[in-house]
Ligand binder design. Structure first.
Ligand code: SF4
Length: 415
């Protein structure tokens, strides 16, 4: 099979950023002509929105005819908070008149929040109709963040204009309209401000037409650790929040509103059925690389999303390969993946082997490595264990107390 490689040269933009490098406009014209003579397919001429010199270069190039190459003007996605049709960078890109426009969009959450200074919610709001059409064609499910009612969501996810919530709801409705209701999900993040608002959060999900909610604690990785929000509340506080949320959901069901809590449903499925719901943290052995795999934008392959978040904090323990370099066998049979899997058979892990809840649980090597530096960790003081034991005990106690709750939980288990 014949493979065609197209070469995109960035000398006239990236190449001008080195120390002591300064091209005049005529230098750039001469270089562009030489690159064209070499047979380069695309020549990036500069960023017209960043300085008037680059814009003048593109105007000058309208008098130059290439034999092979196409001239490209570089820019970035519209700025956060302004529509594309009034964005200065976008306008400069059009003014450049180049036949090719190259637009870079940030995808790494560190870049989104630290480099362009916006929020993940706003970055996702830049998704437009063309992207939704792509999702529809390829059956891609969209999951967004909805932390609760307007005031709580806006507080958790501040952005210029204070309208994170409005944008999120608009995005959810637009995506539902284009992709179908069941193709759009939402996840919430529990911050310290959420702890007293369990009922309000559930009400918001019901009001927005969702049939379930995943009441989740913060994970000790990435942004939550960096901003110290992970340490803002303890396991016991989160458990109180969780129990209040589940109680309220039970109450709603008793009133005829069908709604469920996702984590309880996963645990109940493990308790009452022979099906494994395939939830990575509760699989034995762990679901890393088996129940989930993460391909990052730079080609890195991670054993799970938590592994990727750990790498963002500088620890690549669970980076198991690179799609551009390694074969499938090298990635999935690597010791970096097989070693933690081998040490996460809950039945044989120290303390798990004595734990009453072992059949419903998993030993989660990523969490324990992140907190204690090895795959097993110290279960006696593990937040993962205390949280899960609290949930298992509560669900069992509620079924023992109330036969109608047991019937409801059996429906969740088999749903
Ligand atoms: S709760 Fe902790 S000790 Fe018990 S099975 Fe789960 S990870 Fe192991």
């Amino acid at each position: 099979m014949r493979r065609l490689i197209k070469i995109y040269d960035t000398t006239l933009r990236d190449g001008t950023q080195g120390e002591g490098v300064s091209f005049s406009m005529e230098d750039k014209v001469r270089l562009a002509t030489r690159l064209d003579a070499l047979g380069i397919h695309y020549i990036e001429g500069g960023w017209p929105g960043s300085n008037p010199k680059d814009l003048r270069f593109f105007r000058r190039m309208q008098d130059v005819t290439f034999k092979h190459a196409k001239l490209a003007a570089f820019s970035m996605t519209r700025r956060a908070g302004s529509p594309a049709d009034s964005d200065a960078n976008m306008q400069a890109l059009l003014d450049a008149g180049a036949p090719v426009a190259t637009i870079v969009g940030k995808s790494w959450d560190f870049h989104v929040m630290e480099a362009i200074g916006t929020t993940l919610t706003e970055n996702l709001a830049m998704i437009d109709e063309t992207m939704l059409a792509f999702c529809a064609t390829h059956s891609i499910l969209i999951s967004t963040s909805l932390d609760g009612p307007r005031d709580l969501h806006n507080r958790n996810r501040p952005r210029p204009g204070g309208d994170s919530y409005e944008k999120t709801i608009r995005g959810i409705n637009l995506a539902r309209d284009r992709l179908g209701r069941d193709q759009v999900a939402a996840l919430m993040t529990t911050t310290q401000s959420s702890l007293a608002r369990a009922r309000d959060i559930v009400d918001e999900y019901v009001a927005q037409g969702f049939s379930e909610i995943f009441l989740r604690p913060l994970s000790p990785y990435g942004f939550a650790l960096k901003t110290k929000s992970y340490a803002a509340y303890g396991v016991q506080q989160w458990l109180e929040f969780y129990k209040e949320g589940v109680e309220y959901i039970i109450e709603l069901n008793k009133r005829g509103i069908s709604f469920r809590e996702c984590y309880a449903s996963i645990v109940l499925k493990k308790m009452f059925t022979s099906d494994d719901p395939g939830y990575v943290d509760l699989m034995s052995p762990a679901g890393i690389g088996i129940g989930a795999i993460v391909y990052n934008y730079d080609g890195s392959v991670y054993a799970s999303d938590e592994s990727r978040m750990l790498a963002e904090m500088g620890d690549s323990k669970f980076r198991i390969g690179d799609v551009g370099i390694n074969t499938y066998e090298e990635i999935f049979a690597s010791a970096k993946l097989l070693d933690p899997i081998e040490e996460s058979f809950a039945y044989s892990v120290p303390m798990c082997n004595d734990c009453a809840f072992e059949p419903y649980c998993g030993a989660d090597p990523v969490f324990h490595y992140g907190r204690y530096g090895d795959f097993v960790g110290r279960k006696a003081e593990s937040e993962f264990c205390r949280r899960n034991m609290g949930i298992f005990r509560h669900l069992i106690a509620r079924m023992e107390e109330d036969a109608s709750v047991k019937r409801l939980f059996l429906r969740w288990a088999n749903g």
